[in-house]
Design a protein around this ligand. Structure first.
Ligand code: HEM
Length: 219
């Protein structure tokens, strides 16, 4: 434990924690996106899937939730500490930035990160706790999603959130791959392609649901 704490206190330690928890959330998001896309196959498909998660897969769901909450908290804590340390290390009037890429990413991630956090709170209130939005059925997830996104403002908020998400995931994947070792100039163009590809696939996959409801493809 002592060794882990000493490791975490270093900047590299915090960056590795951010990269590993980021990778875990990336994998979770891919699973969530694939689950959501079942909505294109009709109400039975997605409602059966939701029913399985709530009943058959309850233990798995609880375990995954616990792990993901810890991952999210560690990710937020490490991000906050790295950013504060970065601000403290930069004296006022610092004109020439030593590492433009790092400080640019840090500056923007600290804005897109909290925006995504706010989005998740709104999203959970809507679809998990059923406290906001027009659809409040405990069993018909399909109806909740369709009725929610038939309100253009709600669909617009979700689509805007996916634009912020694509940006965060893009920078996140880029830094994650760097922290986890793909930092050789030889790999930089491949790293860019992988980071961009992953971010775009996830955001387009998620955004396709509110877009399809707005266009009347799903109703
Ligand atoms: C337009 C895209 C999305 C749709 C249609 C959607 C839909 C849903 C629905 C219907 C649920 C509730 C499932 C249930 O309890 O039966 C849910 C849960 C959740 N969603 Fe999304 N989601 C979207 C995007 C996202 C994104 C981008 C994130 C994260 C950045 C996210 C994070 C979550 C979380 C954390 C839960 C709670 C999971 C749990 O109960 O353990 N969702 N989503």
């Amino acid at each position: 434990m002592q060794g882990w704490l000493a490791f975490y206190r270093t900047t590299v330690g915090k960056k590795i924690v951010m990269a590993v928890t980021g990778a875990m959330m990336f994998l979770w998001l891919i699973g969530h996106m694939v689950g959501n896309l079942q909505i294109f196959f009709g109400p039975e498909k997605i409602n059966t899937y939701a029913h399985f998660l709530h009943n058959g897969g309850e233990e798995i769901l609880l375990g995954v939730r616990a792990v993901m909450i810890v991952a999210l908290l560690l990710h937020l804590l490490a991000a906050l500490q790295v950013t504060l340390a970065d601000w403290r290390a930069r004296p006022v009037g610092y004109v020439v930035k030593k590492n433009i890429e790092t400080s640019y990413a840090a500056r923007t991630m600290i804005i897109s990160g909290p925006l995504i956090f706010l989005y998740i709170v709104y999203h959970l209130l809507m679809f998990t706790f059923l406290k906001v939005g027009p659809g409040r059925s405990a069993t018909d997830v399909y109806a909740n999603v369709v009725q929610g996104f038939q309100v253009p403002l709600i669909a617009g908020v979700y689509i805007a959130a996916m634009l912020v998400l694509v940006y965060h995931l893009w920078h996140g994947a880029w830094s994650m791959l760097q922290t986890l070792g793909a930092n050789h100039p030889k790999y930089n163009s491949l790293r860019k392609i992988v980071a961009t590809g992953l971010a775009v696939i996830i955001a387009v996959g998620f955004a396709s649901v509110p877009v399809a409801v707005l266009l009347g493809i799903i109703r």
